[in-house]
Design a protein around this ligand. Structure first.
Ligand SMILES: Cc1cc2nc3c(=O)[nH]c(=O)nc-3n(C[C@H](O)[C@H](O)[C@H](O)COP(=O)(O)OP(=O)(O)OC[C@H]3O[C@@H](n4cnc5c(N)ncnc54)[C@H](O)[C@@H]3O)c2cc1C
Length: 319
C-alpha cells in the first residue's frame, strides 16, 4: 500500500481500532446475526410504573429477543412480577421472560406460579436459586422447596415446554468453591433442561472471554449471553459487585474517581465504558447481549445503537 493510499484510508477510517470495531459491529448488525435482550424490575409505585413503561416503549423498536422481569429477593414481588409480565404479554408484541427463584416457597407453591405463567401464555422463565432472605447470612433451602436452580429447571420442564434461561458467573458464584464447581453447576442446569445462560454483570471483559473459552472447552454449547450493566452509580455498583463476586478493576474505579457530585459526567462515562465493553465483545465474536436496564432506557438505547441496531419506527412492536 502506498503512502498516499494509507493517508486516504486513515482519513476515511479516522481514529482507533475502537472505531473500526464499531464499524464491523455495524456491518454485522445489518447482517442480522445479533440479538439483544433487556432486563427490568417490577415497579413499586405508579410513578415507577410510568418510568418502566416509557423505557419499554422506547427500547421495544430494537426488537429484543425477549425482555425479562426480575423476581424480588425472597419472592417478595411474586404478584408484581406476574402483573408486569402479563402486561408485556397483553400490551406489546415483545416476548416476556419471567424470573423465578427457589426462595421462600415450597415446590407446590412454585409449581403453581409456573402453571399460572403457562396458562397466561408465558413461554420463557429465567430459573434462579435466589439469594438468602434478609437477615440470613447463608443460603438454606426452603423446607419442601426446590433447593437449587438445577432442581427448579427440572420442575419447570415437568410443567411445560418452556424456554429456560439460567444464571452463569464468569468470576464464579460466591458460594462456589472453585471455577470448576461453577462449570459443573452450569452443566447440571443444562442437563436439567436449561437452554440459555445469562451472566452476572462484569467489568473485566477478558475475564468473560476466558470464561467463555473454559465453558466451550467443557463441551457447553448453549448460548452464554454476557449481562451488561452500564454503571452510573459507581458506589451502588461496587456494593452489588462485592455481593455478587464481580471484581472492580482499579482502572474502572479510577474512571469514576472524584465524580460523586457529577451525575451527568458519570452518565457519559458509563456510556463510554459500556460501549467499549460491548464493541470489544462484538469484535471477539459475541453475538448476543443482555442489558441490565435498571428500568432506564437511555444508556441501553445508546449501546444498541453503537452495536449497529437501529430503532426502526416501521417495525414498532408496541401495540
Ligand atoms: C442473569 C441473572 C438474573 C438474576 N435474577 C434474579 C432475580 O430475579 N431474583 C433474585 O432473587 N436473584 C436473581 N439473581 C441472583 C441469583 O439468585 C443469585 O446469584 C443466587 O445466589 C444464585 O442463583 P443461581 O440460580 O445461580 O443458583 P444455583 O445455580 O443454584 O447455584 C448457587 C450456588 O449453589 C451451588 N450449588 C448448586 N447446586 C448445588 C448442589 N446440588 N449442592 C451444593 N451446592 C450446589 C452452586 O455451585 C453455586 O455456588 C440473578 C442472577 C443473574 C446472573
Amino acid at each position: 500500500m502506498s503512502l498516499q493510499q494509507t493517508e486516504k484510508s486513515e482519513r476515511e477510517e479516522p481514529g482507533s481500532a475502537w472505531i473500526l470495531s464499531a464499524k464491523d459491529a455495524l456491518d454485522s448488525a445489518r447482517a442480522g446475526d445479533m440479538t439483544v435482550s433487556f432486563e427490568f424490575f417490577p415497579p413499586k409505585t405508579p410513578q415507577m410504573e410510568e418510568t418502566l413503561w416509557r423505557s419499554i416503549t422506547r427500547l421495544a423498536p430494537f426488537q429484543p429477543e425477549f425482555v425479562s422481569v426480575t423476581y424480588g429477593a425472597g419472592g417478595s414481588t411474586r404478584q408484581r412480577t406476574h402483573d408486569t409480565v402479563k402486561r408485556i404479554l397483553d400490551e406489546t408484541a415483545l416476548t416476556p421472560a419471567a424470573h423465578l427463584t427457589c426462595v421462600g416457597a415450597d415446590r407446590g407453591e412454585v409449581d403453581e406460579v409456573i402453571r399460572e405463567y403457562w396458562q397466561a401464555g408465558v413461554r420463557h422463565i429465567v430459573a434462579l436459586r435466589g439469594d438468602p432472605p434478609e437477615g440470613q447470612s447463608s443460603y438454606t433451602p426452603y423446607p419442601g422447596g426446590y433447593a437449587y436452580a438445577s432442581d427448579l429447571v427440572a420442575g419447570i420442564r415437568a410443567v411445560g415446554d418452556f424456554e429456560i434461561s439460567v444464571a452463569a458467573y464468569p468470576e464464579g458464584h460466591v458460594d462456589a468453591p472453585d471455577a470448576q464447581a461453577e462449570i459443573d453447576n452450569l452443566k447440571r442446569k443444562i442437563d436439567a433442561g436449561a437452554t440459555r445462560a445469562i451472566t452476572q454483570f462484569f467489568f473485566d471483559t477478558d475475564c468473560f472471554l476466558r470464561y467463555l473459552d473454559r465453558i466451550r472447552d467443557a463441551g457447553i454449547t448453549i448460548p452464554v449471553v454476557p449481562g451488561i450493566m452500564p454503571v452510573t452509580n459507581f458506589a451502588g455498583a461496587s456494593r452489588m459487585a462485592k455481593m455478587n463476586g464481580a471484581s472492580v478493576p482499579e482502572w474502572f474505579a479510577n474512571l469514576f474517581d472524584g465524580l460523586e457530585q457529577e451525575t451527568e459526567t458519570r452518565k457519559l462515562i458509563a456510556a463510554i465504558a459500556a460501549a467499549e465493553q460491548c464493541v470489544r465483545l462484538r469484535a471477539h465474536g459475541v453475538h448476543d447481549f443482555h442489558f441490565y436496564t435498571l428500568n432506564r432506557a437511555d444508556l441501553t438505547y445508546a449501546l444498541c445503537h453503537i452495536l449497529g441496531l437501529r430503532a426502526n419506527a416501521e417495525k414498532e412492536p408496541v401495540k
